[in-house]
Design a protein. Structure first.
Length: 147
């Protein structure tokens, strides 16, 4: 009976340690994400869509600049209290006088099913010839890359 108690205690200890290690490994796994950004104004529009993977050791960066416009998208991932957090940064020249820039972060509490965040921003410009309403909308969705 005494050996059975030792065996049970040892088994529970091993199970507890292994599940803790597996939980940490899962939170460090790469996430598969997609981002969609849509900027509209009276003088034109910009649409950006990208599917990418990010992990704590492998950030994602996309320079989609043109000859006359700087455009960048960056994503990184950290793990905070066992929860993966994806942070994005979007910067794009949209006209001679205006640029769009925003940052967002998404806590992916349910990495198996995924999480989504959306947002929008608007500003009004009275610049002659390019003024009016300017609206930027984005959606970021992430889930575990390997299920």
């Amino acid at each position: 009976m005494f050996n059975l108690k030792k065996l049970l205690i040892a088994s529970f200890t091993v199970v507890g340690i292994s599940s803790s290690l597996m939980a940490n490994a899962a939170s460090d796994d790469a996430l598969a994400c997609s981002v969609a950004v849509n900027f509209t104004s009276s003088s034109g529009s910009l649409t950006y869509a990208k599917v990418f993977e990010v992990s704590p050791t492998a950030p994602f960066s996309d320079d989609f600049s043109t000859l006359i416009r700087f455009k960048f998208f960056d994503a990184s991932m950290t793990v905070e209290s066992g929860i993966p957090v994806v942070k994005i940064n979007f910067d794009a020249d949209v006209s001679v006088f205006n640029a769009v820039g925003f940052e967002a972060s998404l806590k992916v509490r349910d990495a198996s099913n995924g999480e989504t965040i959306s947002g929008n921003n608007a500003f009004y410009s009275s610049v002659p010839g390019g003024g009016g309403a300017n609206v930027t909308k984005y959606t970021l969705a992430c889930k575990r890359a390997k299920i």
